[in-house]
Design a protein around this ligand. Structure first.
Ligand SMILES: Nc1ncnc2c1ncn2[C@@H]1O[C@H](COP(=O)(O)OP(=O)(O)O)[C@@H](O)[C@H]1O
Ligand SMILES: [Mg+2]
Length: 402
């Protein structure tokens, strides 16, 4: 019988999207084909402890992780990541070459045995936001030379930092609403000069955002100057870099929120286009997770040419950020002018790319693929396969001259 691939499902984490990650992971654990894969759930608690086995299940079930787990990443135990079973053993991703026994590991036969026993073929980081979606953990996987689902360090970091992402989109000629970026230190040193700069570049309403976050945390819609300072202070509490954008749709109207799922490595494909109708003035945290007033529509009502254009833009955005595996690409479209026939075509702007989008079976990303003919379970297979292909492809690279 063919050996089962051993898949580490990594979930939880230190970001504000910890709970969303638990939901995504629970969904994947339920759906993943247990005939093909041996699954190792690995949880990261909110304070950054790595737990596995029964403790990981407890974390998923909403129970607290153990009081005092031996900590992951303890340099006395392991040079890479350590995932600890309470008081027992260490699981780590394999180190690049087996002959290169890490210094501390070789000293501890118990740990070395656990490592052999718990080798992982692929890691699926079901982590959203900081420390999961931003390239940091991807760097760890690269160091460990392990195959993993999703984008690498650059794609993840670019997808997380809205200012960097926008520059890459601009370089690729993709349409975006006007925007500027300011540092928190600039804002704090001279709010009046910053206000002048914002008002010279953009028209109200504007959206003020921390550059690196997600789930709409720290984002405000600013209708006029009187609301600007509070919005800037709020965003500045979440990041050292701020992005200020002109609101699509103007004062009175909401933009249409369109989303496309992209899948693949070097030749990515786009799903059908979906639409979210947020049950709020904009798609804020509450509308995303706490109320059921937001309605997804799949496929979105668009003309064939609009839909084609959006799917093409999604693929270009994916490539512009050097993404891999999966990403959800989000758009803002001007609302159609009411009652006016022959008025000019509503403009479609790229909003952002999410490299590890929500992944419950009812999340937009899997739903879009399901509507495009790829069911959830097979989508998980495909992502694992893409992770392996990307890892194998990397073996073609020479890292030194000798
Ligand atoms: N320029 C904009 N014009 C209109 N609405 C916007 C704009 N930027 C953001 N929004 C609203 O705020 C939501 C969250 O913004 P987004 O940039 O997608 O941040 P996040 O990464 O937190 O999802 C969007 O889904 C949309 O409802
Ligand atoms: Mg968004």
């Amino acid at each position: 019988m063919k050996k089962k691939l051993r898949i580490g499902i990594l979930f939880g984490g230190r970001s504000g999207e910890h709970e969303v990650s638990l939901l995504s992971a629970a969904s994947i654990l339920k759906a993943i084909d247990k005939k093909k894969y041996e699954v190792v759930p690995i949880g990261i608690t909110k304070d950054g402890h790595w737990v596995t086995a029964s403790d990981a299940h407890a974390l998923l079930a909403g129970k607290q992780a153990p009081e005092n787990p031996r900590l992951a990443g303890n340099p006395a135990n392991t040079p890479t990541a350590a995932v600890l079973q309470r008081g027992e053993a260490v699981i780590i991703p394999p180190v690049p070459a087996d002959s290169l026994q890490p210094l501390q590991l070789s000293a501890t036969s118990e740990i070395a045995t656990a490592r052999r026993a718990l080798h992982l073929d692929v890691i699926f980081p079901v982590l959203h936001g900081t420390f999961g979606e931003d390239g940091t953990i991807q760097g760890l996987f690269e160091l460990a030379d392990i195959a993993y689902v999703g984008s690498g360090v650059l794609g993840s970091a670019a997808g997380m930092d809205k200012a960097a992402m926008k520059k890459l989109f601009a370089a690729a000629g993709l349409p975006q609403t006007p925007w500027i970026s300011l540092l928190r230190s600039e804002w704090r040193a001279n709010p009046r000069a910053c206000t002048r700069k914002i008002e010279a570049a953009l028209k109200y309403p504007v959206f003020v955002k921390p550059a690196n976050l997600g789930s709409s945390v720290g984002i405000s819609k600013v209708h006029d100057r009187s609301e600007l300072a509070a919005a800037m202070d709020e965003a500045a509490s979440f990041d050292r870099k701020l992005v200020i954008e002109q609101g699509v749709g103007g004062q009175g109207a909401k933009p249409r929120e369109l989303e496309v799922a992209v899948l693949g490595n070097d030749s990515p494909e786009a799903s059908v286009v979906g639409e979210i109708i947020p049950g709020a003035e904009f798609y804020d945290y509450e509308a995303k997770y706490l109320s059921d007033a937001s309605v997804p529509i799949i496929p979105a009502k668009l003309t064939a040419s609009e839909s084609k254009q959006i799917r093409q833009m999604a693929i270009e955005a994916f490539k512009a950020c050097d993404c891999a595996g999966l990403a959800r690409v989000d758009f803002l479209m001007e609302p159609a002018a009411k009652g006016k026939k022959n008025s000019k075509k509503p403009r479609i702007y790229l909003n952002e790319i999410n490299t590890l989008p929500g992944f419950t079976s009812i999340s937009m990303y899997p739903k879009l693929w399901e509507a495009s003919g790829l069911p959830y379970k097979q989508l998980i297979d495909r992502l694992i396969q893409l992770a392996i292909e990307r890892h194998q492809e990397k073996q073609e690279t020479t890292f030194s001259r000798s």
